[in-house]
Design a protein around this ligand. Structure first.
Ligand code: NDP
Ligand code: 2IT
Length: 447
């Protein structure tokens, strides 16, 4: 069978086995399409049916999460953990708490995580989990009750050498704390079973900043190759959560100007440059809406609806909110306004047609599995520090992060060139991530 035919038959299988899971289909399609030249040169992957194996999670867990709200009423959510691939290390990946979560979202994220973690060069397999629980508008007590119930089941399946969850949308330091406390109580062990922990109890410096900082480090490396830098550049960052905030912080440190940020309700535009202290106060401390920014900075403008943010003129766009937030109309607006680089802080924020448009129009496009790998990379460093029973300085962790991002850029560039798609970093990232996992699976027999 030709490589193209193999890919089509694997994709058909994925559609049949995972009906209705459109985000998972989308993530698989993109990876498979990139792999044609690799399969042609490496028949062992086809003969060993690596593709058929790699699209099938090793294990899928789904469970009931009952909890009591503040009014004493019983609430029931659904919990997930997809342990996708452990060829190169323990399952590793975040937990997402958002009402849109269902199995298809967790599978897409888990699948992406396999290749992302491989790109970091660290020993981490891929997994993802979460729940359709919505932390918005819940009290700290309700969030704690939910987290304890969620971990009461999850703790049976994870461990520091088995599966190490972390944060993602709706899961930050507060939630990791509640889950860590419950794990420790039930299992009677203090281990690095979660990353993104508090600094007093096993967390790593730089983990909070890592995804956003890493995103900016990899773009900086790309700009450097073109003889440019962030200095004087205008930047649009969607979202105003963990990734968006620390991407903005690093852009500002490097002399760039972030003029727009968003949340799921709308976006703010501040021609003076976003005041990040205000955003941190609104989002990290008060947990309020981005709209509040305009009550403090009167010259800034708020627009209802988050998709309009791509109409803001910029040199660099960093989509850092959620999947499929940048569509073809957004890509056309960015191209028209002279944007030179789009790098994904979020997982799969760009629709396939938008990514194609950007690449066709010579906009440098860095896909999430490379560009946002800094978060999980520092999670890997947190695991290393926990194993050592030791904590590194901020400078050391930051230097390691920077080094990892520069290496990812080099590896994906080289892979794109080697397989005849120079400058197509989607192809480069998928191939570079895939080969290491595929070879490891072959080494380990029929796994
Ligand atoms: P947060 O929960 O801290 O922030 C999420 C941000 O995205 C908020 O501004 C939120 O707005 C917005 N958002 C979420 N869902 C939607 C939606 N359906 N439509 C529009 N906006 C939305 O999450 P993170 O910053 O951690 O995650 C952002 C992205 O980065 C996700 O794709 C995540 O998978 C990815 N990522 C995160 C990493 C990490 O280390 N945290 C690592 C690598 C990738 P609102 O408040 O209105 O919901
Ligand atoms: O998508 C991601 O890479 C994350 N949410 C971070 C995962 C982790 O284990 O730190």
């Amino acid at each position: 069978m030709s490589s193209k035919k193999t890919i089509e038959s694997v994709y058909e299988l994925v559609l049949k086995r995972n009906p209705g899971e459109t985000e998972f289909h989308q993530a698989v399609r993109e990876v498979l399409d990139s792999l044609v030249p690799v399969l042609e040169e490496n028949p062992q992957y086809v003969d060993g049916r690596i593709l058929e194996r790699i699209v099938e999670p090793e294990r899928v867990l789904m469970f009931r999460v009952p909890w009591l709200d503040d009014s004493g009423k019983v609430q029931v959510n659904r919990g997930f953990r997809v342990e996708f691939n452990s060829a190169i290390g323990p399952y590793k990946g975040g937990l997402r708490f958002h009402p849109s979560v269902y199995l298809g979202i967790i599978k897409f994220l888990g699948f992406e995580q396999v290749f992302k973690n491989s790109l970091t060069g660290l020993m981490m397999g891929g997994g993802k989990g979460g729940s359709d629980f919505d932390p918005k508008g819940k009290s700290d007590n309700e969030v704690m009750k939910f987290c304890q119930s969620f971990m009461t089941e999850l703790c049976k399946h994870i461990g520091p050498d088995t599966d190490v969850p972390a944060g993602d949308i709706g899961v930050g330091g507060r939630e990791i704390g509640f889950m860590f406390g419950q794990y420790k109580r039930i299992r009677n062990e203090f281990t690095g079973v979660l990353t993104g922990k508090g600094l007093n109890w096993g967390g790593s410096l730089v983990r909070t900043e890592a995804t956003g900082y890493g995103l900016v480090y990899i773009v900086d490396e790309l700009l450097k190759e073109k003889g440019q830098s962030f200095d004087g550049k205008t930047v649009v960052v969607s979202g105003s959560g963990n990734v968006a905030i620390y991407a903005t912080e690093k852009v500002q440190q490097l002399g760039g100007k972030v003029v727009a940020m968003s949340d799921s309700n709308g976006y703010i535009y501040d021609a003076q440059g976003i005041n990040l202290a205000t955003v941190k106060q609104i989002k990290e401390v008060e947990r309020k809406r981005i709209k509040e920014y305009t009550t403090i900075h009167k010259s800034a403008k708020y627009t209802e609806g988050c998709n309009g943010i791509w109409n803001v003129k910029c040199d660099i766009a960093l989509p850092s909110a959620t999947q499929n937030e940048l569509d073809a109309a957004g890509a056309k607006a960015l191209i028209k306004n002279g944007c030179v680089c789009v790098a994904e802080g979020a997982n799969m924020p760009t629709t396939p047609d938008a990514a194609e448009l950007l690449i066709e129009n010579k906009v440098a496009f860095l896909p999430g599995k490379a560009a946002n790998a800094g978060g999980v990379a520092v999670s890997g460093l947190e695991m290393a520090q926990n194993s050592q029973r030791y904590a590194w300085t901020f400078e050391r962790a930051d230097a390691e992060l920077k080094n990892i991002m520069v290496n990812i850029y080099k590896n994906i560039s080289q892979a794109s060139e080697k397989y005849g798609a120079k400058g197509n970093y989607i192809v480069g990232a998928n191939i570079a991530g895939f080969v290491k996992v595929a070879d490891s699976m072959l080494n380990q027999g029929l796994v």
